[in-house]
Design a protein. Structure first.
Length: 224
């Protein structure tokens, strides 16, 4: 009965050597953190798409740009296309009041919107590199725990006259658990990283298309 308990997952973890336990703990912490990032960025990207759709509808509904700008100024949490619009129109008004040429106005507007686009990309991708790091390093950390556990098992065999499966199995099993935890941490992190990078590219393309369309509107406005 005691052997069966020691071969359970919890029993193996509890009886693992300190280095292997530390590896398991580090991998478990990495897994929890990666899932927290996954949940966070799922919300961020979902909200970004919703906000883009909402603002695009308001923008193309025929509202006066000045009125839309005033409404945008009151929104301290503006993001995405609305943030691009606000930055571009604010710079357009400022340069036009200075009496600069149409080309100078458009150059300033383009710079302002480009900076905002970069900020929005950073907001969408901020800590995604952590997911990539977890995905690439967790299997190797788990492998380290596995190698250490197997080494410990073989060293322990030196003091045993007759090596049987019941003697070797617990050490090998605890070592393999480290690899399993490493894969459990790595696989979701890699899949999520690829998904969010692709999603970020799609959303940034929406912002870029909007910026180009808005730039065309301001270009016509600057030449009137």
């Amino acid at each position: 009965m005691a052997v069966k308990e020691s071969l359970s997952i919890l029993g193996l973890v509890a009886h693992a050597s300190i280095p292997v336990q530390l590896v398991m703990l580090a991998l478990a912490a990495a897994s929890v953190y990666s899932w927290a990032l996954i949940i966070r960025y799922r919300r961020v990207h979902k909200l970004a798409r919703q906000e883009h759709a909402r603002f695009e509808e308001a923008f193309w509904s025929g509202n006066d740009l000045g009125a839309l700008y005033q409404k945008s100024q009151q929104n301290a949490e503006r993001q995405g296309s609305e943030a691009v619009f606000h930055a571009g129109f604010k710079e357009f008004i400022r340069l036009r009041q200075k009496g600069l040429s149409a080309d100078a106005q458009m150059q300033g507007v383009t710079r302002a919107m480009r900076v905002t686009l970069m900020q929005e990309q950073k907001r969408l991708e901020g800590d995604l590199s952590v997911l990539a790091s977890i995905g690439s390093s967790a299997p190797y950390v788990g492998l380290f725990g596995t190698v250490w556990g197997i080494m410990t098992s073989f060293i322990g065999l030196a003091s045993v006259e007759h090596a049987t499966l019941s003697v070797v199995a617990p050490g090998i099993a605890e070592a393999l658990i480290a690899t399993a935890i490493g894969l459990f941490a790595a696989i979701p992190a890699v899949l999520a990283f690829n998904h969010f990078i692709s999603s970020s590219d799609d959303i940034n393309n929406l912002y870029t298309i909007f910026a180009d369309e808005f730039s065309g509107i301001l270009h016509r406005e600057s030449h009137t």
